[in-house]
Ligand binder design. Structure first.
Ligand SMILES: C[S@@+](CC[C@H](N)C(=O)[O-])C[C@H]1O[C@@H](n2cnc3c(N)ncnc32)[C@H](O)[C@@H]1O
Ligand code: SF4
Length: 387
């Protein structure tokens, strides 16, 4: 037996794949800019890409847009404007649609933020990482703490008040006091949102091949996380996802979309999309070719599609948990059913098992992770692999 899939809210993810310099810890699809970047050609390619994907989402409106990277703030405002105009001519943007642009503080030029704002961008996400110049240097960042502070202030002066600051912790050479000092500097700027990530050594990065000296161990990292979490709570930031904290009403709509197993078109080099079809009762994952040169040459044609995969119903409960169990709010069993097309009865034994271990709180309507469940989110998710 199955239940009907109902398409969730739709978002747009737009990948802009270049950076000034590749950071040694970063495994994102980002490429060092060697010479002038083909902004015009890339935005043309994004528009062809969108035209190709449009039939997947006819008639649906867009609830958020996220320009991610890479370093989207390398793109001039008029190019962001050109893309947004093309997108809004093809798709209805819901009122209050959140439009975020990732920004590297080392690329913040005077006047650029006014341009982004005029183009329709209403949220910036700054890759701050740390306010400690020694840490920034060891992370291979192109900016220093003074530039980070100045960039955030420039954005605020341009009237952009919905700002996220990305901070990383458990950095080489960082102790608890230094991590708390970083957080204090971030709080002083009064951002609406803070993302607080533990530095991880990702395969295929310089740090993975040659781990930096002075990395805090897991216990020290845990102490930092707990202390920072307490400080964020005291400062009025709600902890709504593993690494995300927000002032009331300022959660990131785009990321919430992912975590609630929402739909998104993925445009740009290596971008991933997920689209539910109510008519066909399918969930499709589609991704684009990864390398910017290949993407530029093929966007809008079948050759730009790195892969299309229909998600079988057996796989959907695990995918759903992978996302939803990151959220403190948990989920309603009704939402599980309409987003996966799988009856809730199917996962009842696994939910019971997780509840017995103290990982989840389960009622006949709602599933909520406990503090223990959030700490061991990966173990909880794994239970649903074979569910
Ligand atoms: C795709 S980056 C985009 C921001 C922008 N490119 C920048 O770095 O300034 C998004 C965020 O992921 C986090 N991040 C990247 N690599 C990470 C890693 N190995 N461990 C933990 N967090 C990481 C950083 O905080 C970064 O700002
Ligand atoms: S600037 Fe951001 S996306 Fe680019 S290499 Fe560094 S962490 Fe990765």
């Amino acid at each position: 037996m199955s239940v009907a899939l109902i398409p969730p809210p739709l978002s747009l993810y737009v990948h802009l794949p270049w950076c000034v310099r590749k950071c040694p810890y970063c495994d994102f699809n980002s490429h060092e800019a060697k010479g002038p970047l083909p902004f015009d050609e890339y935005v043309d390619a994004l528009i062809r890409d969108l035209d190709q994907d449009l039939p997947l989402v006819w008639g649906r409106s867009v609830h958020s847009v996220f320009f991610g990277g890479g370093t989207p703030s390398l793109f001039p405002a008029d190019q962001i404007d050109r893309f947004l105009q093309a997108a809004s001519a093809r798709l209805r943007f819901a009122p209050g649609c959140e439009i975020t642009l990732e920004t590297n503080p080392g690329t913040a030029e005077h006047g650029r933020f006014d341009g982004y704002r005029a183009a329709g961008v209403n949220r910036l996400s700054f890759g701050i990482q740390s306010f400690d110049d020694g840490c920034l240097k060891r992370l291979g960042r192109i900016h220093d703490s003074a530039q980070a502070q100045a960039a955030v202030k420039l954005a605020q002066d341009a009237g952009l008040d919905n700002l996220n600051l990305d901070l990383m912790y458990a950095l080489p050479g960082q102790d608890l006091d230094m991590a708390l000092a970083d957080l204090e500097r971030a709080l002083a700027l009064q951002p609406a949102h803070i993302s607080h990530y533990q530095l991880t050594l990702e395969p295929n990065t310089v740090f993975f091949a040659r781990p930096p000296q002075g990395l805090p161990d897991q216990d020290a990292a845990w102490d930092i996380q707990e202390a920072c979490q307490a400080r964020l709570a005291q400062a009025g930031y709600g902890h709504y996802e593993v690494s995300a904290y927000a002032k009331p009403g300022r959660q990131c709509a785009h990321n919430l979309g992912y975590w609630r197993y929402g739909d998104y078109l993925g445009l740009g080099a290596g971008a991933h999309g997920k689209i539910t079809s109510g008519g066909e009762q399918t969930i499709l994952r589609r991704w684009k070719v990864k390398h910017p040169t290949r993407y530029l040459a093929s966007a809008g044609t079948a050759a730009s599609i790195g892969g299309d995969e229909l998600i079988a119903p057996q796989r959907r409960p695990f995918e759903y948990m992978l996302n939803l169990l990151r959220l403190r709010e948990g989920f309603a069993l009704r939402d599980f059913q309409v987003r996966t097309g799988v009856p809730a009865a199917h996962i009842a034994p696994t939910l019971e098992q997780a509840a017995e271990r103290g990982w989840l709180q389960v009622t006949d309507r709602q599933v909520t992770p406990t503090a223990l469940g959030l700490r061991f989110a990966n173990d909880v998710m794994e239970l649903f692999l074979d569910a």
